[in-house]
Design a protein around this ligand. Structure first.
Ligand code: NAP
Length: 279
């Protein structure tokens, strides 16, 4: 038997049974011949603080944090990485050798990397982006697009006040449009992103028309169930390159796995197949 340490990690959320993260991380543990496991950690909101403080005592290398704990868990960290600080939320905890807790947010990294996987020469400064939605996913997407040099991010949300709040936090390159202007706001953009839940399994498709979207625009959707939302199907039919939300999910997992297990894992066709088998 190997004398390599057995590494424990997991995903803390409520509810969390639907999470695909165990499939991803346990696939990598097997692929790289590591000793360890990645578990579902269902934790009710009023138990979050106890659960997080227990991670070092239980010997966890760390864990992912998901809905509804991403914002509240941040206050329980000893150190919050600057990117997570700006996002106002964490999605990864890494337990340090001295037992202290460091919080990270890799969602924006995962999103940008998913665009580069689909279009290797993608550049954030290629032109304006239009982001639909103003929730947690939008915040990660808009921040990372600004960090990649987007000259302008147009933000449209059904509830305009949430888009206004996000724009006020993120600066003057973010321009808010009314929900009624969402089709016209596609004029001249290099990137269209859906971060609403419209088009997700069980929800109606997003109510948009793509007539004003330049033929060269990249179209992406944060949703990964289904892999091709009605928005992506319509965009593909018009000849656009499309990117689904699975790449964001897979890519955000890579730096966390690296921090816990010491290996930067690859996203392979076998991993895609393992995930597809769970749909
Ligand atoms: P959230 O914070 O609850 O935000 C939901 C967004 O959807 C809000 O902007 C909301 O607008 C909008 N919305 C809801 N119903 C709508 C409707 N009928 N018409 C128009 N807009 C509507 O959720 P989130 O965490 O940002 O997640 C959003 C989506 O991203 C989900 O599908 C989630 O699965 C996906 N996601 C994917 C990843 C990934 O790794 N691929 C990561 C995170 C999230 P209002 O403000 O008006 O309610």
């Amino acid at each position: 038997m190997s004398d390599q340490k057995f590494v424990l990690a997991g995903v803390m959320g409520w509810p969390v049974a639907h999470s695909r993260s165990p499939v991803i991380h346990n696939h990598w543990i097997a692929q790289y011949g590591l000793r360890g496991t990645y578990a579902l950690l269902p934790v009710q909101p009023d138990k979050l603080s106890d659960a997080i403080r227990g991670l070092p005592a239980l010997g966890f290398a760390g864990c992912n944090i998901t809905i509804p704990h991403k914002v509240n868990a941040m206050a329980m960290m000893d150190v919050v990485h600057p990117v997570a600080q700006r996002m106002g939320a964490i999605n990864t905890i890494v337990v340090q050798a001295d037992g202290s807790l460091h919080g990270f947010n890799n969602d924006g990294f995962g999103y940008i990397q998913s665009l580069r996987d689909a279009q290797p020469d993608w550049r954030g400064d290629a032109g304006p982006a239009l982001v639909l939605g103003a929730g947690g996913a939008a915040r990660a997407v808009v921040l990372s697009l600004l960090d990649e040099g987007a000259p302008e991010v147009r933000l449209v949300n059904r509830t305009r006040s949430k888009a206004d709040d996000l724009a006020a936090l993120l600066g003057e390159r973010v321009k808010v449009y009314d929900w009624s202007e969402r089709n016209d706001a596609m004029d001249g953009v290099a990137l269209l992103v859906n971060t609403t839940n419209q088009g997700m399994h069980g929800q109606p498709g997003l109510d948009v028309r793509l007539d004003a979207l330049p033929a060269t625009a990249l179209v992406s959707d944060a949703i990964y169930i289904p892999l091709e939302t009605p928005l992506l199907a319509a965009a593909r039919a018009r000849g656009h390159t499309t990117v689904n939300g699975l790449g964001m999910l897979l890519n955000q997992a890579r730096p966390a796995f690296h921090a816990w297990f010491g290996v930067m894992p690859e996203i392979t066709p076998a991993l895609h197949q393992a995930i597809a088998a769970t749909f």
